[in-house]
Design a binder for this molecule. Structure first.
Ligand code: HEM
Length: 505
């Protein structure tokens, strides 16, 4: 038999086909013994896609609770072939997010090369993250937040006559729609110095585009597997699926804004101005000399990226929390009455809802904490491991991911007795059982937590005090018994059917 005949003989072809299939199978499952070898349980992974398979149809908050119930506080899963350790163990959370932060500086490594997105604080890594984070942190100092609170109060006051018309008309409202319009107004004003009157036009371009960038349909389809299964493809084409063309509206808007500002001497006190100044002032030492860290082009890209990110990270999370607050207050009239009475007492002293009034107002803090506990907007918080480490016999290798699912953490009876009860008093200093600080993660945890947390709290407190002072919320036929969230692989838990009754006080 000659060589060609041997190569193409049925036996050779069969052996080759079997070897190829075996190699493909091995390649798509080669990491799957990672947790098993350490005695860590978890759901069975599917070759190549791991445990991402089917998640686009799941209800993530309920799915995560189910997983913890089945596998315990800590278990192993696979995103594609990448090991991902899930945990709601407060000791482990403390070690990973706080104590050993230098092992877990970043989130997972999605390769994104597209301009603007590649410089977003949430995506950049290691030293670049540290530099940009230190330069944007001054945007959220007490003084700057106080300045921005004037704009927030203005937006909240504009919301009142619009809701008054509804209260005196239909008597019920789509909370998510109205609070989204409010938070877009706040971000547009505080981040970009733009005044947009969203609530007068449901089709306002800014609002429509903001919504489109927030819920790309890919998150509810099998396409969601691409970035997890083939992260490198993200850099080539998949980012187009997850960053729809509506993004261009905002990048163009910000590029124009920055161009106009460079020819103007006017003061705006918004994120763009504060961030540009802070980022330009940031220096590095070269040969013993202090030099600007970034050139002008880099400064502009970093500023546009962060402003864009603030819109993305700040608009929907805050609107969702206000929606959940209106729902929970409607379902818990005792809490709402007490909040109203305390607001009236404060109001007598301060004369209006403003920064000073909410500064030392524990009950409104406790109400918002309890809303964020029961309805954490960000469903999962994660870290990528950049230096291997072992805890309680669990080896976490470089490159893998650790995820904290917020819903099962916030509903764990050990941390929160009677977890399905809306009880703001559990946050009071004299409460019998003090919540474990490492078991509360609505804003993440540690040095890489939410940089906009203080701004978000200011905005939500001002909005809630303004609303409860003027209106009473109550359940109507459409109001669900308990808050339900949309299915799909979503970053932010989207409330369903958040229609709430409203009447003027
Ligand atoms: C209720 C409102 C909000 C919630 C619940 C929320 C929640 C979160 C969470 C869970 C993270 C991940 C933290 C971690 O990995 O430890 C995060 C990150 C972030 N948030 Fe927020 N957020 C809110 C509002 C805002 C606002 C208003 C802004 C900006 C104005 C903002 C900007 C950011 C940024 C830039 C990051 C990335 C931080 C980094 O990687 O260094 N967020 N947020």
């Amino acid at each position: 038999m000659d060589v060609v005949s041997l190569l193409f003989s049925p036996v050779t072809l069969t052996v080759t086909a079997i070897s190829c299939l075996y190699f493909l199978y091995w390649y798509g499952t080669s990491t799957f013994s990672y947790f098993r070898d350490q005695g860590i349980t978890g759901p069975k992974p599917v070759p190549y896609v791991g445990n991402i398979w089917g998640l686009w149809k799941e209800n993530l908050p309920e799915y995560d609770k189910k997983m913890v119930k089945k596998y315990g506080k800590t278990f192993g899963t696979f995103d594609g072939t990448l090991p991902n350790l899930y945990t709601i163990d407060a000791d482990l959370i403390k070690s990973i997010f706080v104590k050993d932060f230098d092992h877990f500086v970043n989130r997972r490594n999605f390769v994104i090369k597209r301009k603007i997105f590649r410089k977003m604080l949430s995506i950049i890594q290691n030293k670049e993250w540290k530099d940009v984070r230190s330069s944007v942190t001054p945007i959220f100092t007490t003084g700057k937040i106080k300045q921005m609170s004037v704009m927030i109060t203005d937006c909240a006051n504009q919301l009142v006559p619009k809701l008054r018309a509804i209260a005196e008309g239909e008597g019920k409202f789509d909370a998510k729609l109205h609070f989204s319009a409010f938070t877009v107004d706040v971000i547009a004003r505080c981040a970009f110095g733009m005044t947009i009157d969203n609530l007068n036009g449901k089709d306002n371009e800014f609002m429509t585009k903001a919504k489109a960038v927030f819920s790309p349909p890919a998150n509810k389809s099998p396409l969601i597997m691409i970035p997890f299964t083939f992260p490198n493809l993200m850099a080539t084409f998949a980012d187009r699926i997850f960053f729809p063309k509506e993004f261009e509206f905002f990048t163009n808007l910000l590029t124009d804004l920055i161009q106009q500002r460079s020819n103007s001497t006017e003061k705006y006190h918004d994120f763009v101005e504060v961030a540009t100044n802070a980022i330009m002032e940031y220096t590095k030492t070269v040969n013993g000399k202090e030099m600007p860290m970034w050139d002008r082009e880099e400064v502009d890209e970093i500023v546009i990226s962060q402003s864009m990110l603030f819109l993305l990270a700040g608009f929907d999370t805050t609107a969702t929390t206000l929606t959940n607050s209106a729902f929970l207050l409607a379902r818990n009239p005792g809490v709402q009455d007490r909040l109203y009475k305390e607001i009236i007492e404060k109001h007598k002293h301060f004369g209006e809802v403003n920064h000073e009034m909410i500064l030392d107002f524990p009950y409104v803090d406790h109400v918002i904490h309890e809303v964020l506990r029961m309805c954490p907007p960000v469903i999962r918080v994660e870290r990528g491991c950049n230096k291997e480490v072992t805890y309680k016999g669990i080896h976490i290798k470089k490159g893998m991911v650790v995820t904290v699912p917020a819903f099962p953490l916030h509903y764990n009876e050990e941390y929160y007795p009677d977890p399905y009860r809306f009880n703001p008093d559990r946050w009071a200093p004299d409460s019998d059982i003090k919540p474990n600080p490492y078991a509360f993660m609505p804003f993440g945890m540690g040095p890489r937590n939410c940089v906009g947390m203080r701004f978000a709290m200011e905005e939500m407190k001002i909005a809630l005090c303004t609303l409860v002072k003027n209106f009473r919320f109550f359940p109507v036929a459409e109001t669900p018994e308990t808050m339900q969230f949309e299915d799909g692989f979503l970053g932010v838990a989207q409330p369903i059917g958040a229609t709430v009754g409203i009447e003027s006080r």
